[in-house]
Ligand binder design. Structure first.
Ligand code: ADP
Ligand code: MG
Length: 242
């Protein structure tokens, strides 16, 4: 097995009964890459990310992380973390308690947790005073930042995002797009990002994969997708950006 990529999929198929949602996916994602999967609703994006984080099982094929095959590894033992659209923070807890939650599960010492939480507040550009603030007192944008800080507290090798910004209004979305891109640059982590917005993908990504009916139509850097779409489908999807 070629081991140049961080994450590799080989012949990944996902069936739900007689319906095939993913039709044999081959993919290599490099370490540190901001990789975006874009495609219309129902094309299989969420299904694919659920297989990658271990929330669902492959029907066929293999998923490799470095030199380890992980498609049979339970979700909690994979070094990956999903950031959800719904954020799923604990509203009754403080920002600090939310960020420290993953470290508490790992039974890290309180002083170490606190120090890391403070680092993560800085990284997400949240004031240190927010440590004791309740989630219910935070704005939408602040909650998004806390959710990102908490995801990073898991210290994952790969962060997965399933349309995290789609429920937000346009201005906040634009701000957070910039912040996510910036966070990616500052952490050096591998980000795998799903969106149905090609515009969002173009702003943030190193490479973009266009998904249609459970298969990739094209995988390329943003410019190339724009200048040399491989199919009418991609060209038309591009057209929706303008
Ligand atoms: P996307 O995230 O691109 O909108 P999904 O991955 O959610 O698409 O869904 C891809 C296809 O698989 C859809 O046709 C959807 O109805 C189907 N699907 C997803 N999850 C299930 C499931 N648990 N059972 C049956 N069909 C499913
Ligand atoms: Mg989806």
């Amino acid at each position: 097995m070629d081991s140049s990529g961080l994450l590799r999929l080989r012949g990944v198929v996902k069936r739900f009964g007689t319906f095939t949602a993913l039709k044999g996916i081959d993919l290599d994602i490099a370490e540190g890459e901001f990789f975006t999967i874009v495609g219309p609703s129902g094309s299989g994006k969420s299904t694919m990310i659920r297989l990658l984080v271990g929330m669902d099982e492959v029907s066929e094929g293999e998923i490799w992380l470095r030199d380890k095959r992980i498609d049979q590894t339970p979700a909690n033992l994979r070094p990956t973390c999903m950031v959800f659209q719904s954020l799923a923070l604990f509203p009754h807890m403080t920002v600090g308690q939310n960020i420290e939650f993953p470290m508490k599960i790992r039974k890290e010492a309180p002083a170490k947790r606190r120090a890391r939480a403070e680092e993560l507040l800085d990284l997400l550009r949240l004031p240190q005073s927010y440590y004791d603030k309740r989630i219910s007192q935070c704005s939408g944008g602040e909650r998004q930042r806390v959710a990102l800080a908490r995801a990073l507290a898991f210290d994952p090798e790969i962060l997965f995002f399933d349309e995290p910004l789609s429920a937000l209004d346009y201005r906040l979305r634009k701000t957070l797009e910039k912040e996510l891109k910036d966070l990616h640059a500052r952490t050096g982590k591998t980000f795998v990002y799903i969106t149905h917005s090609l515009e969002e993908a173009m702003v943030m990504s190193d490479r973009i994969a266009i998904m249609k009916d459970g298969q990739f139509e094209q995988i390329a850097v943003a410019d190339q997708i724009y200048s040399a779409p491989v199919s009418r489908f991609v060209a038309e999807f591009m057209g929706e950006v303008n």
